[in-house]
Write a protein that binds this ligand. Structure first.
Ligand code: T4K
Length: 400
């Protein structure tokens, strides 16, 4: 499996077509095209059309909740939910997440207060939350990072004890269970992303799921400018609607859910095998005994045991056209506008910093298979065999 020369050291790239994290999964193309034709014939393109309604019904079934509100993306979904739940002042949130989680709060003029994570699953640490609660705290926005559910029971206890709203960013966790129950029905509401890179994609899109019909009704009005009926605007709203083509894509992909889990699962297992003896590399395990979507293959590189640092491995792989990623480096608390805020810039988040320095996310999904995975591992083994030359080449480049 070893190539003659690493691209980083002057050879040709291993992959002529780039290997990406987040390459979209695409279900039955014919079914999608049929739906698109019907949408065009119907000339009903958005504003709660029949395909969006069908998508919402199927999602509610899948998530086992009373209500699902489809939205244009998860960021807007989080903004809508934050507002509808009356969250204001400060909301406690992990820093180790995609920046959208924090921005959605800040966009609603609510300050994200960053909590540290647990090393073993990269999720918010319930024990870190209580120390951050002040009289301004109105809620907790927890993220099911990489699809692994947070410790929902512990968060329920903290939220109840301090009378806080509990909202979940479930962007990664579609088709993932917590103790046998689908993520989607916990807390006040949960928000999923159907962005192109997500397990189920609707091109762009998202949804809010809840078991509170009154909250759902308010969210439906809010996503449509606050309209409660014809010419009747009841309160401040925005445009958070999903369009019909997005819903058609979402519905079509939903029909392939079992197959997509199987593909991801097989890739996940291939990665564990191919890297079993790689020094200093540890994969985040899948949750035991629960349904899981395997959408993110996440590893950590422990520099003291690996001949190359995490970022050196990234440099080598990118030259081979293998675009592994170091999500969510350097953590939201080290990005603007949060970095410059006095409340944030002295915050110590040691686990977040450590995980940010170690994480590597590998490509998976339909466009990746066992052969590609073995090739990726072959290159990484070759890179550590030639660690000295790689380090020298990096030094030369930085001095050039
Ligand atoms: N909360 C959490 C925890 C999230 O992770 C996210 C989104 C959100 C909230 C917000 O959800 P949305 O508002 O987006 O619904 C990507 C996605 O853009 C972002 O949606 C996602 N999280 C995040 C984890 O990943 P980037 O900055 O990595 O995007 P980009 O353009 O670099 O794309 C990633 C890779 O995917 C590329 O290497 C190429 C590949 N790709 C991408 C697209 C769009 C394709 O192959 N085809 C495509 O169409 O953020």
């Amino acid at each position: 499996m070893s190539k003659t020369t690493l691209a980083f050291l002057g050879g040709d790239p291993a992959f002529s077509t780039a290997l990406h994290v987040g390459r979209p999964n695409i279900g039955d193309r014919d079914a999608f095209m049929r739906r698109v034709e019907e949408i065009l014939d119907r000339r009903w393109l958005t504003n709660s059309g029949p395909v969006v309604t069908e998508f919402e019904e199927k999602l509610a079934e899948q998530l086992q909740v009373s209500d699902v509100i489809a939205v244009c993306n998860a960021t807007v979904g989080l903004e809508l939910a934050t507002r509808a739940l009356g969250m204001s002042g400060e909301v406690i949130v992990p820093s180790f997440t995609f920046i959208a989680t924090a921005h959605a709060l800040q966009w609603q003029e609510t300050s994200p207060v960053f909590a540290d994570i647990r090393k073993h699953d990269h999720n918010i640490d319930p024990l870190a939350i209580e120390a951050l609660i002040t009289e301004k705290t109105s809620g907790i926005l927890a993220v099911h990072c990489w699809g692994r559910p947070v410790d929902i029971e512990a968060l329920n206890v903290v939220a109840k004890r301090h009378n806080l709203k509990l909202l979940f960013d479930a962007s990664h966790a579609f088709a993932c269970d917590y103790h046998g129950q689908p993520v989607g029905g916990f807390g006040e509401a949960e928000v999923f992303s159907f962005h192109a890179t997500k397990f189920i994609n609707a091109l762009e899109g998202g949804c809010i799921s809840t078991n509170n019909p009154e909250l759902a009704e308010e969210l439906r009005y809010m996503r449509n400018f606050g309209f409660r009926g014809y010419d009747d605007v009841g309160f401040l709203g925005t445009n958070g609607k999903m369009n019909e083509i997005s819903a058609a894509m979402g519905l079509t992909n939903l029909e392939s859910l079992e197959r997509l889990i199987a593909v991801n699962r097989e890739n996940f297992d291939s990665y564990q095998k191919a890297f079993a003896d790689f020094p200093g590399l540890q994969f985040l395990p899948a949750p035991e005994n629960d349904v899981f979507n395997y959408q993110y293959v996440v590893a950590e590189i422990y520099e003291e045991e690996c001949p190359l640092a995490r970022d050196e491995l990234i440099d080598v792989l990118w030259e081979e056209n293998i675009f592994i990623r170091r999500y969510f480096y350097p953590g939201c608390h080290r990005m603007e506008p949060y970095r410059s805020q006095s409340s944030t810039n002295d915050r110590q988040l040691p686990e977040t910093d450590a995980v940010c320095s170690r994480v590597l996310v590998f490509p998976t999904g339909e466009t990746v298979n066992g052969d590609a995975i073995r090739q990726v591992s072959g290159i990484m083994f070759q890179a550590i065999e030639h660690a000295k030359e790689v380090k020298l080449a990096i030094e030369k480049r930085s001095n050039a």
